[in-house]
Design a protein around this ligand. Structure first.
Ligand code: NDP
Length: 443
């Protein structure tokens, strides 16, 4: 494949999944084209702030009530210099742990040019060290744990600013270091939204520092758990106990993040790492959307300190464990298969697959024979189990499963289009063999 190299190529830059010179038009229409991209770029930060308003200043109601405290909301969003310092310190800590923490070196999937990028996997170390730092800062009263709860609005504003700055940097990075025109549409808005490069890397070490993997995995995911912990702590300080619903949400989401770190290399075969460019969309999602909105249930529970009957708690735990088992098993089946297709065994039988001319073989055994994205079913079951502990007094805590189901339906369609273009006839054969997209027998 001939890549145009009319720009300086970053020494740690990488190949792209798309063919150089390919018409960018279908991608350019992604997410509603330029207008849709602009609405998302401006609308997502506003919507994230609205969720903060609803849960904190509107009594947890979805729509504004007469008792909503708009002035306090606006004041809470104003950042202090200490918020900037706290967030900068957080990013610096996470970057240092990623770069210097002990960990395995793992190679990513082959790029179209055959190159395999190295990644450092040390998430458990980062999780444990971050927890120790948070506890240490709390016990020494340097940064009490409730600070995250109290300064949530300021941190939301600062992290949103950081996502815009990173989006600008990523836009410039691709234009500076990557000459492949297929990565750009010519529209500033679209290119800012989607990004202009695939695997931007900083040359901090011989392995480089992969910005996309770092943002996907570290500052947002760990901040999500830190935020939940702060919310649980504030509930404890206020009421003298941590409610069963709060404990369930905290444990469920901690397990989700810890599981990610336990199976860290599996991210290397996901859509975000393999196919997405890195631009504002992922930057905002990673840095702001995940920590600030995925913590909505715990946020809601801070001052809704109800309990749950035992049977309800047991049912919610059962739902979560089922969802988790499905999610993890499906993702690991694909990951292990892709590591060694010919020696992989699934459910005690040799894995069956469809050979392709362009890329890896397509698994049709195990859950990958049930539907083309059965992993999404597990994720949705877990999402529902995270909201049920909040009860039914408000629809607000159900925002996450509703949004997530819509996201996954849209995501499956995009992945389908990417794979259809990449694999051609082999993908069509796969779709005939496995006709359902997500839910077997239904969709
Ligand atoms: P997948 O992990 O399913 O990855 C899709 C890619 O896998 C395809 O692009 C293709 O890439 C490859 N593939 C597709 N079908 C097959 C097959 N039959 N055999 C082998 N390889 C195949 O999707 P996602 O990245 O969307 O999701 C990963 C997990 O992350 C899911 O569990 C999802 O629910 C979760 N997720 C969670 C989010 C959250 O916010 N909590 C957000 C998004 C996802 P190729 O062939 O090029 O390798």
């Amino acid at each position: 494949m001939a890549h145009r190299r009319d720009k300086p190529h970053h020494p740690f830059g990488s190949g792209d999944r798309q063919t150089a010179g390919a018409r960018p038009s279908p991608a350019r229409r992604a997410f509603g084209g330029r207008l849709g991209n602009a609405v998302l770029i401006l609308g997502l930060p506003v919507f994230t702030a609205y969720l903060f308003f609803a849960v904190r200043f509107n009594e947890g109601a979805v729509f504004p009530t007469p008792r909503a405290d708009l002035d306090a909301f606006v004041a809470a969003l104003s950042p202090r210099p200490s918020d900037v310092g706290l967030y900068a310190g957080w990013l610096a800590l996470q970057a240092a742990l990623q770069q210097f923490g002990p960990g395995r070196r793992v190679l990513g999937s082959p790029l179209p040019n055959g190159q395999r990028l190295p990644y450092r996997m040390n998430g458990w170390f980062a999780l444990a060290t971050t927890a120790a730092v948070i506890v240490g800062l709390h016990l020494t009263a340097i940064v009490p744990l409730r600070t995250i709860h109290d300064r949530f609005g300021g941190l939301l504003t600062v992290s949103t600013g950081a996502a815009f700055l990173l989006g600008g940097f990523l836009y410039a990075y691709g234009r500076r270091y990557d000459g492949r025109s297929a990565l750009r549409s010519g529209s500033f808005i679209h290119d800012f939204w989607m990004g202009t490069s695939h695997n931007p890397r900083l040359p901090w070490s011989s392995d480089g520092f992969d910005l996309k993997l770092f943002c996907e995995a570290r500052p947002g995911l760990l901040l999500w758990i830190a935020i939940n912990s702060s919310f649980a702590f504030v509930q404890f300080e206020t009421y003298g106990f941590v409610s069963i619903p709060m404990a369930l949400v905290w444990v469920f989401q901690l397990v989700y993040v810890a599981d990610y770190f336990a199976n860290e290399p599996a991210i290397l075969t996901t859509m975000d790492i393999k196919h997405e460019r890195f631009g504002f969309m992922l930057a905002f999602g990673d840095l702001v959307w995940v920590p600030m909105t995925y913590s909505l249930q715990a946020h809601y529970l801070v001052h809704n300190a109800h309990s749950l009957p035992l049977w309800a708690a047991v049912a919610v735990v059962a739902l979560n464990v089922t969802g988790y088992a499905v999610f993890r098993t499906v993702n690991l089946q694909k990951h292990r298969f892709r590591e060694d297709p010919d020696r992989c065994r699934i459910w005690n039988r040799k894995a069956e697959y469809i050979q392709t001319d362009n890329g890896g073989p397509l698994l049709v055994s195990g859950f990958w024979g049930w539907s083309r994205h059965f992993n999404y079913v597990g994720d949705i079951l877990m999402a529902v189990s995270w909201s049920l502990p909040c009860g039914f007094a408000s629809a607000l805590p159900y925002f996450y499963p509703a949004y997530f189901a819509a996201l996954l339906v849209h995501r499956e369609r995009r992945d389908h289009a990417i794979c259809a273009a990449k694999y051609g006839a082999a993908w069509q054969a796969y779709c005939r063999r496995v006709p359902y997209r997500i839910v077997p027998g239904l969709y």
